[in-house]
Design a protein around this ligand. Structure first.
Ligand code: SF4
Length: 476
């Protein structure tokens, strides 16, 4: 999916490794997680004296840090964060890790996900005289932990986790420890690894591969792991009525294909989605092409199952990242060309199966179909490796309001006509589920079936669910 994309809401990292260059390792960990957030990057390090230093800035990991910065960040343990904003805008003060004083020292926190009770908790904290410097739900979590000064860090984190609702996977740093915690539903991923006898935390297992670390296990839903000089301790917050609800979109598109979740390599799952698509919607065609990069594994699966040759027909400019410079209207029109260019020699005169992972608003898909016809395609059969997106996300994915989701108000045939494809098929929810190899009870699939596992407060739901207005001034 290009441009008209869903954006993930951050990646987190943490390491407790005295004797190793923890800042540099965090840098490479964040580099591996860059796809989860491209608006800002930050690292917090605690040195031998317990002094905490944070460096964060708007931009990509490679833009924020250089040799000199990393060399200045020495210490025993560190956390890192890459951000895409879901609550609060793209401003420096919203970048993470966020820092707060606690018990004569400071804590630093990086968060992936989205709370659904931010408004209520923020108000409560404001009434108690707590001041906020950002608009993020992350600051609410940080303030709750900082505020609990009785007991140790584990007790304070447990108290905060018991109060916050929604999706959160986070890493936390103090002068002498690193912690990681995950919401009781396990919506966003968080993994535990091992590097030369030290503990590492990361949103995705692919970050461990890059560091040469070993994947140990996922942090369990509701689990808090605390790592300090005495090793690793684990505790748990049980929430009545909570069930596992990992975001199924992590399987479809968000997480890297070389990451594993619940024991499944996502590249394999995505190929399986393509195989299912080929069985559900066979078609006579000459070539299967992906919308790169995220459509690639499913296109390979479709090709293998159908026997139709796989080819690259759209070339992606791999160096286009999220930019702060908005294109003017004229450039917006050609915007998709900045990212994708058709290979005319491959496409001309061919009947194409085009595989993409999702359709959000449909505008970009229409432009891609136009582009393919412009390059001489005879037929364009669209195959989408997820079901129609009919409901918005409240758990950390930057998704349009329901009014903007094309499938919320149009059936498949109407969408086919809108985008101008010869045929269109979305993977069924059953096909998607089967492709994960896991039972549906493990997942949140709310953007497809409207069954929200974590209750969404009414005013928040009103923002995104209604069909008219309410979009611009609603900040979930
Ligand atoms: S609503 Fe959709 S995108 Fe959001 S957490 Fe659930 S499955 Fe993921």
């Amino acid at each position: 999916m290009i441009d008209d994309r869903l954006n993930d809401a951050c990646g987190v990292f943490g390491i407790y490794a005295p004797g190793l260059d923890v800042a540099r390792l965090t840098y490479f960990g964040l580099y591996a997680l860059q796809h989860r957030g491209q608006e800002s990057a930050g690292i917090a390090v605690a040195d031998d004296d317990g002094q905490v230093t944070v460096v964060k800035e708007l931009g990509l990991v490679s833009q924020v840090f250089d040799e000199r910065t990393l060399a200045s960040l020495t210490g025993n343990h560190a956390i890192g964060h890459v951000r895409y904003s879901t609550t609060g805008s793209t401003q420096w003060q919203n970048s993470q890790p966020l820092v707060r004083p606690r018990n004569g020292s400071v804590i630093a926190l990086g968060h992936n996900g989205n709370l659904v009770n931010t408004t209520e908790l923020r108000k409560e904290l404001l009434d108690q005289g707590v001041q906020f410097s950002s608009a993020t739900d992350t600051e609410v979590i940080t303030a709750l932990i900082a505020q609990t000064v009785d007991g140790d860090l584990m007790a304070a984190t447990k108290a905060a986790v018991a109060r916050i609702r929604g999706a959160f996977s986070a890493t936390l740093l103090t002068s002498d420890a690193v912690a990681g915690f995950r919401d009781p539903y396990g919506v966003r991923p968080l993994c535990l690894g091992e590097l030369e006898g030290h503990h590492v935390l990361a949103s995705e297992s692919a970050a461990f591969d890059i560091l040469g670390a070993r994947f140990v296990r996922e942090v369990e839903p509701g689990e808090i792991v605390l790592i300090d000089k005495d090793g690793l301790r684990s505790d748990r917050v049980e929430l009545e009525g909570a069930r596992p609800a990992m975001c199924i979109f992590e399987f479809i598109y968000f997480a890297r294909p070389d990451s594993t979740l619940k024991g499944r390599t996502l590249h394999e799952c995505r190929q399986e989605m393509g195989r299912h698509l080929a069985r559900e919607a066979p078609v006579e065609a000459d070539l299967v092409i992906p919308v790169p990069d995220t459509g690639i594994p499913a296109a390979i699966g479709y090709s293998r199952e159908s026997g139709i040759p796989y080819a690259e027909g759209l070339i992606k400019n791999r160096y286009v990242y999220r930019t702060f410079i908005q294109p003017d209207q004229q450039l917006r029109e050609v915007g998709i060309k900045m990212k994708l260019n058709p290979l005319n020699a491959v496409i001309e005169g061919k009947r194409l199966v085009v595989v993409d992972d999702s359709i959000v608003r449909g505008t970009t898909t229409g432009k891609i179909v136009d582009m393919l016809y412009g390059a001489g395609a005879k037929e364009v059969h669209l195959r989408i490796s997820s079901p129609p997106l009919c409901y918005p996300c409240f758990y950390g994915i930057d998704m349009a309001t329901r009014a903007e989701l094309v499938a919320a108000s149009h059936d498949v045939e109407e969408i086919r006509r809108m985008v101008g494809a010869t045929s269109l098929h979305y993977l069924t929810l059953e096909g998607l589920q089967a492709s994960t190899g896991l039972p549906k009870e493990y997942f949140c699939r709310a953007c497809f079936d409207g069954d929200y596992p974590i209750e969404v407060p009414e005013e928040l739901a009103m923002c995104k669910m209604r069909f008219e207005g309410g979009g611009a001034d609603c900040v979930p």
